[in-house]
Design a protein. Sequence first.
Length: 435
Amino acid sequence: MIPRYTRPEMASIWEPQTRFKIWFEIEAHAADALAELGTIPKEAAKTVWAKARDATFDVARIDEIERETKHDVIAFLTHLAEIVGPEARFVHQGMTSSDVLDTCLNVQLTRAADLLLADLDKVLAALKKRAFEHKMTPTIGRSHGIHAEPVTFGLKLAYAYAEFSRAKERLIAARKEVATCAISGAVGTFAQIDPRVEEHVAKAMGLVPEPISTQVIPRDRHAMYFSTLGVIASSVERIAVEIRHMQRTEVLEAEEFFSEGQKGSSAMPHKRNPVLSENLTGLSRMVRAYVTPALENVVLWHERDISHSSAERMMGPDATVTLDFALVRLAGLIDKLLVYPANMQKNLDRLGGLVHSQRVLLALTQKGASREDAYKLVQRNAMPVWRGEGDFLQLLKKDAEVKKYLSDAEIEEQFDLGYHLKHVDTIFERVFGES
């Protein structure tokens, strides 16, 4: 995490004080359950809460202890004993470090998912607003980066809305999958701790018991979580790249908002660059970079090793913080995006009507021309226009072989822009429902 791309709400989830607070709650809830089962004195469990519930844990002190013990959980428990006193001997009864570490990580990941879901709602709201604003704003559709047939700018945004709607559904599922708790002791057999302790802690922490753990919660759950973040990041980049293309000087169909006093270049005062979109592309790459280690973390030795631990200490905070920042930035970018319908129309007209070539092709086949012959007739009139040597409509009208099948009026009929947009309402209803 670096401050430049970090929002405080997400960063706070990963701060040491928050982590130690969660560790304490796990241990204290476990103590409550152990007390109810008669394993430890009830007064001891009450004392743990009374002495440490509102404590501010001394991060520096814990770090100092860890430098000697070389064990983070033991360092925390030692510091907790300094706060609680003699009753601290009843803390962590029958538990292993992974019970605390894994349960805490999953609490953090679910909290992070909740913030990311709120971010997605902001993106969806911005996309929906702008999609309806430009529902019928015609623009050129491109395949391979080349002019194809007309679409609307609203359809481009509706496509993104549908994509991020799927992202939200995936993240909800990923959150549910990672929201498990393990308090099962060494190698996960519950030999030293009753399964009812796990059930109590899980409920208290907003999780569900892991059906079967080894000494760790299975990392396929985390792999799915971080893979989902990676897919969302790819969706962020897809729309960012679209905006970057639209802002190119030769295109200029839309551009990022340029604020008063903003500078685009240290050397060239005229520059207005798509810096936010480019930034989103870079941030998306970083989120995706954590997908591979998450997948590799699934493969642990026997009942437990810690090869996953070092990776997760980085990927948990970094992936969630980075995606959180990217989604909020994307929402603002869409909300303030400058759109230029006149330039969209200018680009639509740039190829002299060639965007209607398929309609002419189909009209010829409906009048009796074979598809092969119709294709040749249309293409031989299209290529001169491509080279800047004429107007497509006029060339078709002058082509004697085309005129065998189509009158001037029938040819002109194929150049109706509205024909391409006749199902926009249907598509919007599919994406947004009845509006």
